[in-house]
Design a protein around this ligand. Structure first.
Ligand code: F3S
Length: 401
């Protein structure tokens, strides 16, 4: 791989051992993918900072970088932690865990990362069309490539971290137009009208596509424009059930028209397949269950929708859990919605989510959600029975008259 003089100096260790390790890892992955050089990135987003997920090995890795005094050189954000930094005690997190997680956070902030702790970094800084990123949160990668038309591979957490320190990534994979061609056309036909407005249906479609085409690149013709939250739910589910990092959705993806007329293999997803994983009959919930939104972290609109459904409930029938970013939390606080939801008993957590926090291991009898990514991970990572719901009549399932 071609390296500039400065990159060579880093590679040879003239800028210290930590940066040498960082650039060598990026070059090695790049060479394996046939990359010819390194390219600058505008934003690094790093996942794998929940102490619950990375444990002592991850802690030691970050401590090594921190004590080496290396710093981020581009705008760099962090994924959710294993706890809400303010409410960890309330959630039942033990002191040892909290102290390790807090130390991790302080080290990362000391290295120059933003205090973001969210899987929706695109709401903090909107990726630009065709700009290069090094992101490692699969749902965010899907949004960056699919919704914004930015270019990023689905990096491993440590590699995105290395890119934040070097400000570069390798010129390979999805950074090259030749690797961004769609591989299959997905026809939704009769489910399209529900897909474009309903996160539960979008999640089910993403889940099925992920399972069917693995790491392919689907192209999905649509007559109608899906909502932002539908695209968010779809890309998260497709990235969890498969490894889909890029989709082309008509009326959404900036480069859809480049490929609209490609002659591709076709698959169709029908109502029967959707019904196999999506419950549309209203489930009965009690105080041992939970309704959950916020995987990926809930947007202002999703929280307003929840609020509109339950604001006049006298009492909730079940636990309602919302995970979101600090930015959205502040926005709903200003709107006066946060206080009203808290008064109703809704649990709103920031900095974390029920999938990456030890506070949510087998916490409920069942969880109902419209998130296909939560459907994929909650049973596996938290032994938590989970049902995917078509998001309708929330008031009927959540309110006790
Ligand atoms: Fe985000 Fe947690 Fe889901 S990190 S995408 S809310 S698994």
């Amino acid at each position: 791989m071609y390296l500039t003089r400065e990159e060579e100096k880093i590679y040879d260790g003239e800028r210290g051992e930590a940066l040498q390790k960082a650039i060598r890892a990026i070059v090695k992955v790049g060479e394996a993918l046939g990359a010819d050089r390194l390219i600058p990135i505008q934003h690094a987003h790093v996942s794998g900072i929940s102490y619950y997920n990375i444990g002592e090995a991850g802690y030691k890795f970050i401590k090594y970088l921190y004590t080496s005094s290396v710093k981020t050189v581009v705008y760099s954000t962090l994924n959710p932690l294993g706890m809400d930094l303010d409410k960890w005690e309330e959630l039942g997190i033990n002191k040892d865990f909290a102290s390790k997680q807090t130390e991790l956070v302080n080290m990362l902030l000391g290295m120059g990362f933003e205090k973001s702790f969210t899987c929706t970094p695109y709401l903090l800084r909107q990726p630009k069309f065709r700009e290069h990123l090094a992101w490692s949160e699969s749902s965010a990668v899907g949004m960056a490539n699919t919704y914004y038309g930015a270019y990023t591979n689905r990096e491993a957490g440590p590699l995105a971290l290395f890119s934040s320190l070097i400000g570069k990534t390798y010129n390979g994979g999805l950074h090259l137009i030749k690797n961004r061609k769609p591989t299959v056309k997905v026809l939704l036909k009769e489910i399209e009208k529900d897909f474009v407005i309903n996160e539960g249906v979008a999640s089910a479609v993403g889940y099925i596509i992920g399972e069917k085409i693995g790491d392919g690149i689907p192209l999905i013709p649509l007559r109608l424009k899906p909502t932002f939250d539908v695209v968010k739910a779809y890309t998260a589910a497709a990235g969890a059930a498969g490894s889909i990092a890029l989709s082309y959705l008509e009326n959404v993806s900036p480069e859809y028209s480049l490929y609209a007329n490609e002659n591709l293999e076709k698959i169709e997803i029908d109502i029967k397949e959707i019904k196999d994983i999506l419950v549309d009959a209203l489930p009965t919930l009690n105080e041992n269950d939970a309704y959950f939104i916020g995987c990926p972290h809930a947007s202002v609109e999703e929280i307003i929708n929840l609020y509109n459904n339950i604001h006049d409930c006298k009492k909730l029938k079940t636990n309602v859990v919302v995970s979101t970013s600090r930015m959205v939390y502040e926005a709903i606080e200003k709107m006066g919605i946060k206080e009203k939801l808290l008064n109703l008993g809704v649990v709103i957590i920031r900095d974390t989510c029920p999938i990456v926090s030890p506070a949510f291991q087998k916490r409920f009898e069942k969880v109902i959600t419209s998130s296909g990514k939560a459907l994929f991970y909650l049973p596996k990572q938290q032994s938590q029975p989970t049902i995917l719901l078509k998001n309708i009549n929330l008031r009927d399932i959540l309110c006790r008259e």
